[in-house]
Design a binder for this molecule. Structure first.
Ligand code: HEC
Ligand code: HEC
Length: 206
């Protein structure tokens, strides 16, 4: 209702200044004040699916994350402190309240683990490395969404690899203690350590 009234008001204003209706239609989503959670999430569905299950392996699955992580990363994208290809521009289109609505919509659904290839020979070693370097904050083998650390178990491998590269190049800022653990992992285990971790996360499909 509000949306209808608003767009009518914009149409009148638009006609008055001679703006074409095509341009108005393109601007419409920004005027969706009071939109429902599901209406807001429609914009995300093309890439993250209607249930947060993404349409391609470089796009993360986003249902079932922690509320804090979801809200913080959206704010980070909008502010440019978290590097992104598309999410920076996406996130800038929403107010803080709308970001909270989007979080509410997606965290209510379970995280869906990706079905993907991995090297079965590396899984055991990856699990050990995870316990040693990462489990403290990424609990339950990287599945827990309880704190503010995101989900790694069953997340798409290409997406995770981009995050590792961004963290290690300093493009994405890791919490200090995590940065130290990553450095230790790389200096002691090298690239094969990362490969083992990735296989461990990808092996969790249920
Ligand atoms: C055009 C495709 C596209 C659209 C549309 C899109 N996303 Fe994304 N999303 C991505 C990609 C790709 C990433 C990885 C970061 C990047 O490169 O931008 C991502 C990352 C994320 C993450 C981080 C997940 C994690 O585990 O760290 C969240 C949360 C997210 N998107 C939420 C949303 C929401 C909410 C919307 C709708 C308002 C949305 N996205 C719309 C492609 C998209
Ligand atoms: C001291 C706690 C801590 C430790 C130890 C830690 N992390 Fe993290 N990790 C975090 C937090 C907090 C975030 C969220 C950062 C943000 O908001 O950008 C995070 C985010 C991530 C992400 C991004 C998830 C996403 O969906 O984009 C990856 C990947 C990751 N960590 C990998 C690791 C790995 C691998 C290890 C072990 C080598 C590790 N972390 C150890 C706290 C930690």
């Amino acid at each position: 209702m509000v949306y209808k009234t608003l767009s009518k008001a914009f149409l009148i204003a638009g006609l008055a200044v001679g703006v074409s209706s095509g341009a108005l239609a393109a601007d419409a989503p920004k005027t969706m004040m009071g939109a429902s959670d599901a209406m807001l999430a429609n914009t995300c569905a093309g890439c993250h699916g209607t249930d947060g299950v993404s349409s391609g392996p470089a796009i993360p699955n986003i249902s079932g994350l922690s509320n804090d992580y979801f809200v913080e990363i959206m704010k980070g994208y909008a502010a440019g402190t978290v590097p992104s290809t598309v999410m920076g521009r996406m996130a800038q289109g929403y107010t803080e309240d709308e970001i909270k609505q989007l979080a509410k919509f997606y965290i209510a659904k379970p995280f869906v683990k990706a079905k993907q290839d991995f090297d079965p020979k590396l899984v055991k070693e990856g699990g050990k490395l995870h316990d040693k370097y990462c489990e403290k904050c990424h609990a339950e083998g990287g599945q827990s969404a309880e704190d503010d650390a995101g989900v790694m178990a069953g997340q798409w491998t290409p997406y995770l690899m981009i995050q590792f590269a961004d963290f290690n190049a300093g493009h994405r800022e890791a919490p200090k203690k995590m940065a130290k653990k990553m450095k230790d992992l790389l200096s002691k285990e090298g690239q094969s350590g990362l490969d083992a971790l990735i296989s461990f996360y990808a092996s969790q499909q249920k």
